[in-house]
Write a protein of this length. Structure first.
Length: 152
């Protein structure tokens, strides 16, 4: 996770004041998701990217192909919330799909405020996932870690 976390946080700071977005990959063992890689992608949202992100369908396809080629599972999507808490917005809730983990990075111009991860529950609401300490690799209990290639 140290590399995955570094990829996500660097991406969030670099993209500020816009939202960054990327994919997380890894494996599942029991109730844990072990994130072994994070790969950034382009925020293709037209207009104001400070409060929204969008991923192209081609990027999703490339992420799924990457997972298959590397024997990994596409576990979810990370994104940043510039100058806002690491909690899902109403827009995030509308865009979420079951199963995926959604790490959110709260970022300012030069600092990461928090990283929290969420998953859409059966009730249609987000439930927070437990992020274990960032060791190699990191686990999210239901879980998170990252690397740098880019999918566009």
């Amino acid at each position: 996770m140290p590399e995955a976390r570094k990829t996500m946080t660097n991406h969030a700071v670099f993209s500020f004041p816009d939202e960054c977005v990327g994919f997380i990959f890894g494996v599942e063992t029991g109730q844990k998701r072990i994130v072994t890689r994070a790969i950034q992608t382009c925020n293709v949202k037209e207009g104001d990217k400070r409060r929204r992100f969008q991923i192209s369908p081609l990027s999703y396809m490339k992420a799924e192909k990457y997972a298959l080629q590397h024997g990994l599972t596409l576990l979810g999507i990370y994104h940043s919330h510039p100058l806002h808490p690491a909690v899902p917005s109403e827009h995030d809730l509308k865009q979420a799909v079951p199963y995926f983990s959604y790490p959110i990075i709260s970022v300012t111009a030069d600092n990461i405020q928090a990283i929290r991860s969420w998953q859409l529950g059966e009730s249609g609401e987000f439930a927070e996932e437990i992020l274990e300490p960032f060791e190699a690799p990191t686990a999210i209990t239901s879980s998170l870690a990252i690397h740098t290639p880019s999918i566009h």
